[in-house]
Design a protein around this ligand. Structure first.
Ligand SMILES: Cc1ncc(COP(=O)(O)O)c(C=O)c1O
Length: 363
């Protein structure tokens, strides 16, 4: 395409698309030996029986997946004590989050998120030309209920809250969330992506409050970020409306088979969850000895304030120099923090020894 043709074609882009930056060229390929702790993935292998289900599903590669994700929704409903019409299944929970934005927002509307929170929400608000209202967490990361109910967020079309929260890893008691949901006449989206590493969850509220949507993902606690399996749980009317907006055949046959197999063999993941929680405690202690202050985490990652003169960006780059990838967030007052996913014991040893080397050499 000549440049004039390209310019002419791109001139028809929507107003929103024109505002977005062009996606950057592909990042450099990852070193196969790097310790990847920047995306809150779960590096443990799948139980053999779950793995087998993926291989068996490949036999159906030429068939469209089951329509409406019916079997997977039924399996999830059964194990979570709901009915299938209270369950929507997605190509990861981020697809479901996107559907909520599409369903509830018109240009100029407001959506509120407790901040700092999952930054993908900001992009979704922008795509829908909505105002993105960030309401700060209360003291010691408590729920800012009063502000959500009576501050500017009272006009928001819906409120998004992750518990445990990303990127802080902090957890608020379900009783506090229930108080918010009970007093609000807005939709509350409770994103429980990390809840299997936490002491409690809000699923029991689904049958009590019709203005609640709980999102879950198998990416984190069931080690399937690459297979894209997520769920939403809510009132049948809300779920039904979201389902009608979903893409045809949004999931694939492998996601269906693995999702159902995980549900059938959930107990096989208990050891994995325990190992991650133990490694989380050990890493917290070791990082504290090295001068970091680590927020109490109930997720599969830690948010740590870095010690000394350098900021989080410097530490991220220094760790990358040791072939260890961690996340850094330049906004929301997080300039002096890094976020570290909890991987295998060997990965955490490599990370901690890199931090020790960097600390010694920067003294
Ligand atoms: C809070 C939160 N919600 C949702 C997601 C998206 O998960 P999924 O892989 O299911 O799209 C993430 C991923 O990092 C997350 O941190």
């Amino acid at each position: 395409m000549s440049d004039a043709r390209l310019l002419s074609a791109l001139s028809s882009l929507s107003h929103v698309a024109k505002q977005l930056d062009v996606a950057p060229p592909a990042p450099p390929a990852l070193d196969a030996n790097c310790v990847k702790l920047n995306m809150n993935e779960n590096p443990f292998p799948l139980p053999p029986i779950v793995r087998q289900s993926a291989i068996a599903a490949l036999e159906q590669h030429y068939l469209y997946p089951e329509n409406e994700n019916a079997d997977l929704r039924e399996a999830a409903a059964c194990v979570y004590g709901l009915s299938a019409d209270q369950v929507i299944a997605g190509n990861g929970s981020s697809e479901l989050l996107g559907l909520v934005y599409k369903a509830f927002l018109a240009p100029g509307d407001t959506v509120a998120m407790i901040s700092p929170g999952f930054s993908f929400n900001r992009k979704l608000a922008m795509l829908h030309e909505a105002q993105f209202l960030e309401v700060g967490w209360g003291k010691t990361h408590s729920l800012p209920t009063h502000q959500l109910l009576f501050g500017p967020a009272r006009d928001a079309k819906f409120i998004v809250l992750a518990n445990p929260n990303n990127p802080t890893g902090t957890f608020v008691p379900i009783a506090d969330i229930e108080r918010l949901v009970a007093q609000s006449d807005r939709l509350i989206v409770l994103d429980e992506a990390y809840v299997d590493f936490a002491p409690d969850n809000g699923l029991r509220l689904v049958n009590r409050y019709s203005n609640l949507l709980v999102l879950r993902t198998f990416s984190k606690s069931y080690a399937t970020a690459g297979l894209r399996i997520g769920f939403g749980f809510g009132h049948p009317e809300l779920i039904g409306r979201l389902r009608t907006m979903q893409n045809l055949f949004n999931m694939n046959v492998i996601g269906h088979a693995v999702g159902a197999s995980i549900i059938a063999h959930r107990a096989a993941f208990e050891e994995n969850h325990q190992r991650i929680m133990l490694a989380r405690e050990r890493t917290t202690i070791e990082l504290s000895k090295l001068g970091f202050s680590v927020l109490p985490s109930h997720a599969n990652f830690l948010l740590a304030r870095v010690p000394g003169e350098h900021d989080g960006a410097w530490w991220q780059a220094a760790l990358q120099g040791h072939n260890v990838l961690v996340a850094f967030f330049p906004e929301n007052g997080l300039e002096n923090f890094i976020r570290i996913a909890i991987g295998t014991d060997t990965q955490m040893d490599t990370f901690l020894s890199a931090v020790g080397d960097i600390s010694r050499s920067s003294l």
